[in-house]
Design a protein around this ligand. Structure first.
Ligand SMILES: Cc1cc2nc3c(=O)[nH]c(=O)nc-3n(C[C@H](O)[C@H](O)[C@H](O)COP(=O)(O)O)c2cc1C
Length: 180
C-alpha cells in the first residue's frame, strides 16, 4: 500500500535551504512509489496556541487562521518530515508554534507513526541539531504510536540558496525520502 508522507518546511525566507531540501526529500518519496504532500509555512498565518483548552472538548481551535488544513494533513499522514532552520540551536519558532497548535489531536485517533527531522544550520558541528531533536521528541512523546524515525542536520549553510553550492546534502534528503 502507498504510504502518505507529509513534508512540512518551516523556513519563511525565499529560496530557503529548508525548502530545497524538502523538495528533494519529496522527490525521494515519489521515487519509492509513495504519496507525498508538501506544505510550506511561508505565507501561512499560524497564530500562537492560546492555551484555552477548548480544542480538548471540541477537537477544533477557536482561532481561524491557516492551521486547520495543515492539521488535517498531519492527522492523515503515515510519516511526517519536518524541515526546519536551526534558530538558537533549536527548531524555528514557527515550527514550535505549529506543534503547539496540534493539541486538538491529543488523545484522539491519528495516523502518523514515523516522524523525521531535517534541519539546516550555519554551524557545521556534528551535534548542532541535538536540542532541535530533543524538542521534537518532546512532541512525539505525547503521541504513543509515533516515534522519532531519524533525519539529519545540513550544516555549514548560512545564506539562502547556500545549498546550491553545497549539493552534498541533496542526495541525503533524496535518500531519506526514498527509505520511508
Ligand atoms: C534567528 C536566527 C537564529 C539562528 N540561530 C542559529 C544557530 O543557533 N546556529 C546556527 O548554526 N545557525 C543559526 N542561524 C542560521 C540559520 O540556521 C541558517 O541561516 C540556515 O541556513 C537557515 O535555513 P533556511 O535557509 O532554511 O532558512 C540562525 C538564523 C536566524 C535567522
Amino acid at each position: 500500500m502507498r504510504k502518505k508522507v507529509l513534508i512540512i518546511s518551516s523556513s519563511l525566507r525565499h529560496h530557503s535551504n529548508s525548502e530545497i531540501l524538502a523538495r528533494e526529500t519529496a522527490r525521494g518519496v515519489r521515487a519509492a512509489g509513495n504519496e507525498v504532500q508538501y506544505v510550506s509555512l511561508k505565507d501561512k498565518e499560524i497564530r500562537y496556541c492560546l492555551g484555552c483548552m477548548s480544542c480538548i472538548k471540541t477537537e477544533q481551535c477557536v482561532q481561524k487562521d491557516d492551521v486547520a488544513p495543515i492539521l488535517a494533513d498531519m492527522k492523515e499522514a503515515y510519516a511526517i518530515v519536518f524541515v526546519s532552520p536551526i534558530y538558537y540551536y533549536s527548531i524555528s519558532g514557527q515550527l514550535k508554534t505549529l506543534l503547539d497548535r496540534t493539541l486538538p489531536f491529543y488523545e484522539r485517533p491519528y495516523s502518523f507513526r514515523d516522524i523525521y527531522l531535517i534541519t539546516v544550520s550555519a554551524d557545521a558541528a556534528e551535534d548542532t541539531a541535538k536540542r532541535a531533536v530533543v524538542t521534537l521528541e518532546g512532541w512525539i512523546d505525547c503521541f504513543d504510536k509515533a516515534r522519532f524515525a531519524g533525519g539529519f542536520n545540513a550544516g555549514g549553510l548560512n545564506d539562502a540558496n547556500a545549498i546550491e553550492e553545497h549539493t552534498e546534502w541533496l542526495p541525503k534528503a533524496f535518500a531519506l525520502g526514498k527509505q520511508i
